[in-house]
Design a protein around this ligand. Structure first.
Ligand SMILES: [Fe+2]
Length: 182
């Protein structure tokens, strides 16, 4: 699978952003920018704000239409994204993205967390491996960026609100130029 440069990333986000976020009342772009806005509001690092903005770009890196989880397909978007971004952005951006699905599998150990997930998130959870067992959790907690991934996941879950207004794309995307490694 191809590596992306910053121009490719921005082009994909701007050209595909109007598509509806599967099973949710917001577009992909609204979801991306709301996730970044929540990270900014929480005082997160620039890396985590940018990771939040780009965390779901992997959904655009495979040719699947509609809501894949409804058809029993795990699109593995977290791995696709982390791989595609790693030649131009640092690990502090790509690792929270790679781990954000594992973060969900860790957080669902708390029944209250599970209860507030959207229907699509609950359905995709099963395809993604379900709730982590204690051995999987111990491995996850050894990951350098697991805390950042857990934070990203909390922003992600709240970023599905059609009435939530954010700053412009440019204001978040400016962080990519600051953080780029190539
Ligand atoms: Fe997301």
């Amino acid at each position: 699978m191809a590596q992306l440069n910053l121009n490719d990333i921005e082009r994909i986000m701007l050209s595909r952003g109007d598509e509806q976020y599967s099973g949710e009342p917001v577009s992909h772009m609204m979801h991306a920018m709301q996730t970044a806005a929540l990270a900014l509001q929480a005082g997160s690092s620039n890396s985590l704000i940018l990771a939040s903005l780009l965390h779901d770009i992997g959904h655009f890196l495979i040719d699947l239409s509609g809501t894949p989880s409804e058809r029993g397909i795990n699109d593995q978007h977290e791995y696709r994204a982390a791989h595609a971004l790693k030649s131009c952005l640092p690990k502090s951006v790509t690792e929270p993205i790679r781990l954000h699905v594992k973060a969900k599998r860790c957080l669902v150990c708390d029944p209250q967390y599970f209860a507030q997930l959207s229907e699509d998130s609950k359905r995709s959870l099963q395809l993604q491996g379900g709730t982590m067992n204690s051995a999987e959790r111990a491995v996850f907690e050894q990951e350098e960026f697991h805390q950042a991934a857990l934070e990203l996941r909390r922003f992600d879950d709240l970023a599905k609100d059609p009435s939530f207004e954010t700053q412009s794309w440019e204001s978040y995307w400016a962080l990519a130029e600051k953080l780029r490694i190539a």
